[in-house]
Design a protein around this ligand. Structure first.
Ligand code: CP
Ligand code: NVA
Length: 317
């Protein structure tokens, strides 16, 4: 497997085998780090971290992962550089591509991260756009596998805003990795039908299922319940509408009971708004897996950078 030079813009671009490869590297670099071993895979590489939107986990994960592997991260706040204000994305991309070896981008438009990749000609990694959040899903897959010892046949139910970046990326990633995936959301917040059809095709190839429903009874037999904020970054004006639409989809102890399984875990990409999408009680009971998931952002992001840009591989290919 060789992913050298590839960008990571959406999980649509990665096959099940390539995702498997990234998860395996993540497991390996995680083990190495726990044993106190640091890599040298990004030695001498300069990495730009562009953030148009705020971030704790993604920013820290890219920074620490880059440092761990001997690279040099440079943080570029969206409002402090010319990108998209005084200069086109294409021009900024061509400048950054001449100076940096890899670029992370978190921002609004998916088309911007795609333009960055096209014009910079270096690997570009999507740290979240309005449409997708692919590195988060790698961390979620690793966490599920660590918890259950497998991905295939796990029943995963996402409750909440069914058309945001997390819902979209989870649907793609889970379908490709053989996880039975459901979105439970009000009809007004169902995902784009075309994307659902694409994901159903991935699911068919990987012996999994994709379901979209507004019926909360779908949580029956779920191994994982997952949620995300009701109001994503950049959609703050929709807050009032979302509260009333999504109140019935809060993950609380009653919904958890409906799974009929004691082993069901609750996951959250964080940051969480407790009292909205999840109760404090359920959050705290699941805090161990939720914070493992947060830690896994770092190991999986390291895997993406190492696989697409790193040198001197020390893991089994
Ligand atoms: N989950 C996640 O992406 O967190 P941040 O917004 O803090 O990066
Ligand atoms: N849907 C959320 C994800 C945060 C990690 C947002 O875009 O704000």
């Amino acid at each position: 497997m060789n992913l050298k030079g590839r960008s990571f813009l959406t999980l649509k671009d990665y096959s099940s085998e390539e995702i498997r490869y990234l998860l395996d590297i993540a497991g390996e670099v995680k083990l190495q780090k726990k044993q106190g071993v640091r890599g040298k895979s990004l030695k001498g590489k300069n990495i730009a971290l562009i953030f148009e939107k705020p971030s704790t986990r993604t920013r820290c994960a890219f920074t620490v992962a880059c440092n761990d592997e001997g690279g040099y991260p440079t943080y570029l706040a969206g409002n402090e550089i010319q990108l998209g204000h005084k200069e086109s994305v294409e021009d900024t991309a061509r400048v950054l591509g001449r100076m940096f070896d890899g670029i992370e981008f978190r921002g609004f438009k998916q088309s911007d991260v795609e333009k960055l990749a096209k014009y910079s000609k270096v690997p570009v990694w999507n740290g979240l756009t309005d449409d997708y959040h692919p590195t988060q899903v790698l961390a979620d897959l690793l966490t599920i596998e660590e918890n259950f010892g497998r991905l295939e046949g796990i029943k995963f139910v996402y409750l909440g805003d069914g058309r945001n970046n997390m819902a979209n990326s989870l649907m793609i990633g889970m379908a490709k990795m053989g996880v039975d995936f459901a979105i439970v959301a009000p009809k007004e917040l169902f995902p784009d039908e075309k994307l659902v059809e694409e994901c159903k095709a991935y699911a068919l190839e990987n012996e999994s299922t994709v379901t979209v429903t507004d019926n909360i009874d779908e949580v029956k037999d779920a191994d994982v319940l997952y949620t995300d904020v009701w109001v994503s970054m950049g959609e703050e004006e929709k807050a009032k509408d979302r509260m009333s639409l999504l109140a019935p989809y809060q993950i609380n102890s009653e919904i958890l009971k409906k799974t009929g399984k004691d082993s069901t875990v609750v996951m959250h990409c964080l940051p969480a708004v407790k009292g909205n999408e999840i109760t404090e009680e359920v959050f705290e009971k699941n805090s161990n897996i939720i914070f493992n998931e947060a830690e896994n952002r770092m190991h999986t992001i390291k895997a993406v950078m190492v696989a697409t840009l790193g040198e001197g591989l020390f893991w089994k290919a």
